[in-house]
Design a binder for this molecule. Structure first.
Ligand SMILES: [Zn+2]
Length: 249
């Protein structure tokens, strides 16, 4: 499944000590923008009914951290991504497509076994803003069930495909006990601009606490795998470490 995600904006809404990772993206299969996707920055305000997200930005005393996230797996490229992460002792967060978990169960279990975080990227990667609450709920619950069946902890983070969400999507996620999580740095690796370009975008754009969006599925991800080696080697040399998203623990 093609899974492009074109990042437009992300916002950290800070509201009485509660930090919610939020954003509004726009993307589409192929390269056409989604009609329903919003181009404007969206700030999601935390409210009394919202479960507080626990991501609080960079930790002042614990050095430099980067949060690598991979969407649209598991796929045939996921093992290669895992191999690279392992060789640098890096941990990441994987947002899985539920329908693919069924056909790649061993890979799914390997992600969790190697210390990465396994989270929910819907069952079939639809544009959630076009669905009813019931349909949105089914996309997440079905995926969560498939993940739990592999002996993996129930996801607590939901990443809407294309970064497209609205209050309905957020409310449904929240009802299911999940936070809506997007990203702060988009590599646009799904466009396959070349491994060196992908790496350069990360190396130039990363700062402490960056949430980096990459893809281990949705198409040929050999460029992503190659870029990941450069990214990890270089950022490690700069003193960064790579952890799972605290908001999803
Ligand atoms: Zn996706």
């Amino acid at each position: 499944m093609a899974s492009p995600t074109r990042w437009l904006s992300a916002t950290l809404a800070i509201c009485t000590g509660v930090t919610l990772i939020a954003g509004a993206g726009q993307a589409a299969n192929g390269s056409e923008p989604l009609p329903s996707a919003r181009a404007a920055t969206q700030t999601v305000q935390a409210s009394a009914v919202l479960k507080p997200a626990i991501y609080r930005g960079p930790k002042a005393t614990s050095g430099k951290v980067v949060y690598l996230t991979f969407d649209d797996g598991p796929s045939r490229y996921t093992p290669a991504v895992l191999n690279v992460l392992k060789s640098y002792d890096a941990k990441a967060t994987f947002f899985l497509i539920g329908s693919q978990v069924r056909t790649r169960e061993a890979t799914t279990r390997r992600i969790a076994r190697e210390g990465h975080s396994v989270q929910d990227h819907t069952w079939r990667h639809p544009v959630l803003t076009r669905l009813s609450s019931t349909e949105i709920s089914a996309q997440f619950t079905r995926t969560n069930r498939a993940i739990r069946r592999q002996g993996i902890r129930q996801p607590v983070c939901a990443r809407p495909p294309y970064g497209a969400f609205n209050n309905r999507v957020r409310r449904v996620s929240q009802t299911l006990g999940m936070r809506t999580v997007v990203w702060s740095l988009d590599t646009n690796d799904w466009r396959r601009p070349g491994a060196s370009t992908i790496a350069r975008r990360v190396l130039r754009g990363t700062s402490n606490g960056s949430i980096v969006l990459m893809h281990d599925g949705g198409g040929n991800r050999s460029q992503t795998v190659t870029a990941l080696k450069t990214i990890l080697r270089t950022l490690k040399a700069r003193g960064y470490r790579f952890e799972t998203l605290p908001a999803c623990s």
